[in-house]
Design a protein around this ligand. Structure first.
Ligand SMILES: Nc1ncnc2c1ncn2[C@@H]1O[C@H](COP(=O)(O)OP(=O)(O)OP(=O)(O)O)[C@@H](O)[C@H]1O
Ligand SMILES: [Mg+2]
Length: 452
């Protein structure tokens, strides 16, 4: 509880003020010596206002004011002056007193002065609170960044989390789609139930169907026991459908029914199952284009796309790089027991002038490797080799056929892409816009699998 401290060598006056304040519900203590006041203020953090007489033997009110302010400038000091010493009050105001009151004063006068100060203190507290709240908004859970574009995303996340609307998150690889999906779930009323992620691209059609909806034992070869399915696991929680762009039309139809009626049947069963799930879908494909081409159902698209979150690529919010680098530095310093302090200006410039095709994931990988490789306590440009640079570095052209050189380049591109995706082959194939099969062929051809 906040308290007021009264300092007056006239004990009766001190007690009178104390009673008066008490009658209005304000707690206070009264002392008769300046040095007692200073001791009380420094021992006890509760005092937010000091009401002090100006003319006192030993230590005068100006001295009290100075010492209190030295100890804590946020404490408001009000001085009491007698008729004829107002000039002293003016001096006190110059030294930082918040207000003064002339003795003798009426009850109300004192109360008005005190309440005005309390109100100001309340407002200041409010401003501080808002400021720190804003500070927190520069990060949202684990999402880092303070560029206008990412702040917009924080705003959307906090606005949509507590609604039931389905959400479609679109963005290039590594822009944080999954991170955002999780942030939405953990900020929603569903947070005490499951967040279930299904990687739609990683599963063949039939597997995806039974993964999502479950199956009955014997419903297809390999279905040796019942499977409950992700939608039921996620009941009352959130299903995150990652890479939804390529799911088959038959799975699309089933999904649509879940979205419309919260109902579906397990594979091989005709018993409808009811669930209460919220769906967040993510894709780095252009879904509208797939709709136009007839590869994605329009009605499903509309149902998923109630709210769309478009995550900007890192190159459109480069001002977040320093903050992200600091974040990843601290993570990877800890992980690798290193004490890298930061980046040299040249290294930062290099990161700031790159186009980041792998977005934040790529940035994190670059920082992690730099932490491991870095010899001193600052990261230098050599510690942060970037994608294009590495391809440019194939200089040994002498006496080689075009085919051999092209193979070299292809190999390097594949290695770099795997680096971008943290060795996720599905993703790498997608980035390079080749099929999984031909990606695997190339891995074999260039003997890259041995490196993984
Ligand atoms: N704003 C951010 N702040 C901190 N870390 C981030 C941010 N955005 C992404 N990351 C990190 O970058 C990595 C990639 O993020 P995430 O997996 O969410 O991307 P994605 O968009 O789902 O990528 P993909 O399309 O390749 O699946 C993760 O390690 C994630 O923690
Ligand atoms: Mg993802």
């Amino acid at each position: 509880m906040k308290k007021i401290l009264i300092v007056d060598d006239d004990m009766a006056m001190g007690e009178m003020c104390k009673e008066l304040l008490k009658s209005k519900g304000y707690a206070s203590d009264a002392v008769t010596h300046g040095k007692d006041a200073i001791e009380k203020v420094s021992m006890n953090g509760l005092y937010t206002i000091v009401l002090t007489d100006l003319v006192m033997p030993d230590m005068d009110g100006i001295e009290v004011l100075k010492k209190v302010k030295q100890h804590n400038p946020n404490i408001d000091v009000i001085v009491m002056t007698s008729y004829g010493t107002v000039t002293n009050a003016v001096e006190a105001m110059k030294l930082g007193a918040s207000d003064y009151i002339t003795k003798p004063f009426k009850r109300d006068e004192l109360i008005i002065v005190i309440e005005k100060i309390l109100q100001l203190q309340h407002l200041e507290g409010e401003v501080d609170r808002l400021r720190s709240e804003l500070g927190e908004k520069y990060t949202f859970g684990n999402i880092i960044g303070e560029s206008p574009k990412i702040k917009k995303i924080y705003e959307i996340i906090s606005n949509v989390s507590n609604t039931e609307a389905n959400i479609l998150i679109q963005g290039e690889t590594g822009t944080g789609k999954e991170l955002v999906a999780r942030a939405i779930h953990y900020n929603s009323t569903r947070k005490d139930y499951s967040f279930v992620k299904v990687d739609c691209a990683a599963l063949a059609e039939t597997l995806l169907e039974s993964e999502l909806f479950g199956h009955e034992k014997g419903s297809f070869t390999g279905a040796t026991k019942d499977r409950i399915g992700r939608f039921r696991t996620a009941d009352r929680g959130t299903v995150f459908l990652d890479e939804i762009g390529n799911i088959s039309l038959s799975v699309q139809a089933k999904l649509l029914r879940v979205l419309q009626d919260s109902e579906f049947e397990a594979v091989g069963s005709d018993e409808p199952i009811k669930v209460n799930v919220r769906i967040i879908a993510a894709t780095n494909a252009d879904l509208e284009e797939r709709v136009e081409k007839g590869l994605f159902r329009r009605d499903l698209f509309y149902r998923l796309n109630v709210i769309r979150i478009l995550l900007p690529p890192l190159r459109e919010r480069m001002d977040d790089i320093p903050m992200l680098v600091a974040h990843f530095l601290s993570i990877h310093n800890k992980k690798n027991r290193k004490k890298v302090e930061g980046l040299s200006r040249e290294a930062l410039t290099k990161l700031m002038s790159y186009n980041w095709p792998g977005n934040i994931r790529e940035l994190e990988n670059v920082v992690e490797r730099a932490v491991i490789l870095c010899k001193g306590n600052m990261i230098e440009p050599v510690d942060v080799p970037l994608y294009q640079e590495k391809i440019g570095a194939l200089q040994d052209l002498s006496g080689k056929s075009l085919q051999v050189l092209m193979d070299q380049v292809e190999r390097q591109i594949i290695i770099n892409t795997l680096e971008l995706t943290s060795a996720d082959k599905e993703k790498a194939a997608k980035l390079l816009q080749i099929s999984r099969a031909s990606f695997y062929n190339k891995l074999n051809k260039h003997k890259i699998t041995e490196l993984l």
